[in-house]
Design a protein around this ligand. Sequence first.
Ligand code: TNX
Length: 498
Amino acid sequence: MTGTAEAATPLQELVPQPVQVQPRTDITFTLTASAKIQLTTPEARKPAERLAEILRPSTGFQLPITDGTTGEGIVLTSGADPKTGQEGYQLDVTPNQVIIRANTTAGHFNGTATLRQLLPPKAEAKTKQPGPWPVPGASILDHPRYHHRGAMLDVSRHFFTTDQVKRYIDQIAAFKINYFHLHLSDDQGWRLEIKAWPDLTKIGGSTEVGGRTGKLYYTQDQYRDLVTYAQNRGITVIPEFDMPGHTNAAQASYAELNCDGKKRPLYTGTDVGFSSLCISKEITYKFIEDVVREVSAITPGPYFHIGGDEALSTPDADYVTFMNRVLPIVKKYGKTTTGWHEFIKTTTDTALVPQFWGTTRSDANVAAAAQRGNKVLMSPANRIYLDMKYNKNTKLGLDWAGLVEVRDAYSWNPGAYLNGVTETSVRGVEAPLWTETIRTSADIEYMAFPRLPVAAELGWSSAATHNWDRFAPRLGAQGPRWKVQGINYYASTQVPWK
Ligand code: TNX
């Protein structure tokens, strides 16, 4: 160690900040070649497998997964303090073991995510690195502020391959994100095979913003594989099919989806608000039912996102008519509707989840829904839209909701942001990434890092921990880890990077 100050230990560098961290400076655990990952509960199996997948390449250790709790290594077991709830965990570092206790699979995923951050950054490497592999002595108890911590990727404006999507899923999982929202249809592209309507992808999935052409969609098998991949990282996929606006790709694929019976041309620009399904035609609801049925059958998660935003070409009365037809269809196939907050004005069903994306501090319809008992997912565009530019020199991104530097993204309280929407009415926080200007994984990462971890912190850590001066160094401490992982992050000057 150089200098007089004590070097920060990884215990002070966790993102998101846990509820309780007690350092035990007399203890260090070191992961060695003979270590095992031991389980006493089947609920820890997937988290254990995932942890092993990460640590085997970098350490070069075998890290077999075995049953039991004896011997040296990592132990995943049940019997956590009830305070940890459905998603929390306890993590205790003793001289010979790291013990993670949790009562659910989610809790084990979250505990193992913390353990990853307690190991040296090179533990994240894909190739064998020299040790040692110390974990500082500690006793941690942790659980989330909100159940829903989400990220969204728009694969419609620009299409991303399953490998690119998986790379992003890996990145969000490291921050305890537990929902991944895929924006699968918009004016520029329809991205999921629907067997009853094959031209949706054949035509509607053939191009994107800027005009590139190809098979720019997922087959149902590929989608299933993505869903499983996310599940194996503790993440539930929420599929979105945006309607009744943002539907040009569908209207370009099938003439009958248009009121005038004429196909629309494919669209590769970035305007919004010009398209609408035909509200008065029965075939529209047959189409939607086919989509909802096929997608629900391959989506194990409970939510179906119906979009509903910016329906600027749908008259208000038609919008209500449309939602009154569509919301029961989603219910019929066993899913709960979530949608951009506009849709909530058409229903009094308190089980449905409005996602607030506005730039104001009040919205009468959302407040009324919260009063009735709906839980609101918070995605205010001027705070947590990952496609907003950081500053005026940012090459990627848009600025319609303003410039959003890292500190702006952090400086709001989801539980005291919208008038009439208080802590108990908030379901959580989602950070959407729209991709009009985003084409590569490097682009995704530049916009998401470091603001996606900011969103994760806001969604997980208690309001009492909210403090920029303490958060910024923790965020900056992630830099070396992201370098090892090859993440193309924006090195904001607001953050003291390590
Ligand atoms: C608004 S946010 C949209 C999207 C755009 C985004 C760009 C929302 C529900 N609709 O269609 O991609 O702005 O930031």
